[in-house]
Design a protein around this ligand. Structure first.
Ligand code: C5P
Length: 303
């Protein structure tokens, strides 16, 4: 068996409504999610036992011990499927950690996709009940892991694990992180209103303009509490809104990464160039959302 490389794309919450809270404290969400053509890359090599190394521009501070979500997800996979053998994982870390774009969850989901692709615990031969239990365990590990198992546009409900495929037009996008890590539990804790109305079912969008007009009347309910926690997020949103051609700005997940949507890829590229010059201390990268089907594998039937 040779090495396998799996892409772990950035997850963007184009809209995120918090519509309630469960008795265990987890919040009920209704979110429209897309994936960017930028992300981490996970390489899997057959080995004895599980191990992990990390490199790349955002590797600093990323643990390589069993606290890393990749190794935690692999351990869950082995426990549920009875997998024998092991894998040496190498993670090329390109996405900033704790930044609202699913980095750790996307890496963990890439590990599961990779293990299945390598033929460990073949999904079709494992009983549905076992896969359901693994899916539930992965959701407890990271609420964004289920949506990252199939990195394509989708509506995420429940705690983020009730997923329905969505269709999006290509959306030229600029992602910006002001290099402030935001702790997700702290943002949920600072949320005051926890029963906002449902997002409406995403319609069939005629084009990017139609989609952006629909998104403009949606929200990210975590944006106000995240700004209260990290006020620089408001500066990021103001800076993005002032860029030529910017059609919509919003924060993703629990922040601090924000995104701006543009009508054309050329406008998004020009905005990245301008922002790199004016804010060299911020992480920023452009890419078109809803346009990376080649990066994804068939969805494992976990839920
Ligand atoms: O996404 P992740 O599993 O890393 O979430 C971290 C924390 O954020 C959870 O332990 C929980 O406190 C909070 N959370 C929540 N409702 C969700 C997702 C996360 O309250 N749907």
């Amino acid at each position: 068996m040779s090495a396998l490389s799996v892409f772990a794309p950035a997850k963007i919450n184009l809209a995120l409504h918090v519509i309630g809270q469960r008795e265990d404290g987890y919040h009920l969400l209704d979110s429209l999610v897309a994936f960017a053509p930028v992300g981490d890359r996970l390489t899997l090599r057959p080995a004895e036992g599980f191990s992990m190394t990390v490199s790349g521009p955002e590797a600093q501070g990323v643990p390589t011990d069993h606290s890393n979500l990749v190794l935690k997800a692999a351990a869950l996979f082995a426990a549920h499927t009875g997998m024998t053998g092991g894998v040496a994982f190498h993670l090329e870390k390109n996405l900033p950690a704790a930044s609202g774009i699913g980095g750790g969850s996307s890496d963990a989901a890439a590990a599961i996709r990779g293990l299945l692709q390598m033929g460990f615990g073949d999904a079709s031969s494992v009983q549905a009940r076992v896969l359901g239990q693994l899916g539930a365990a992965l959701t407890r590990l990271g609420a964004d892991i289920p949506m990252c198992l199939s990195p394509e546009p989708q509506r995420a409900q429940g705690v983020g694990d009730d997923l329905t495929a969505a269709t999006l037009p290509p959306l030229p996008c600029l992602l910006v992180n002001p290099r402030v890590g935001v702790a997700t539990p702290a943002v949920f804790k600072a949320l005051i209103q926890k029963d906002n109305p449902w997002i409406t079912t995403p319609p069939q969008f005629a084009d990017a303009q139609d989609c952006i007009a629909w998104l403009a009347v949606q929200r990210n309910d975590l944006q106000p509490p995240a700004i209260a926690t990290a006020p620089v997020i408001a500066t990021v949103l103001e800076t993005l809104a002032a860029l030529p051609g910017c059609r919509l700005t919003r924060m993703s997940g629990s922040g601090a990464t924000c995104f701006a949507l543009f009508a054309t890829p050329a406008e998004a590229r020009a905005a990245e160039t301008a922002l790199r010059a004016s804010r060299p201390e911020w992480w920023c990268t452009e890419g078109t959302l809803g346009d990376q089907r080649a990066a994804s594998a068939p969805r494992p039937a976990f839920n």
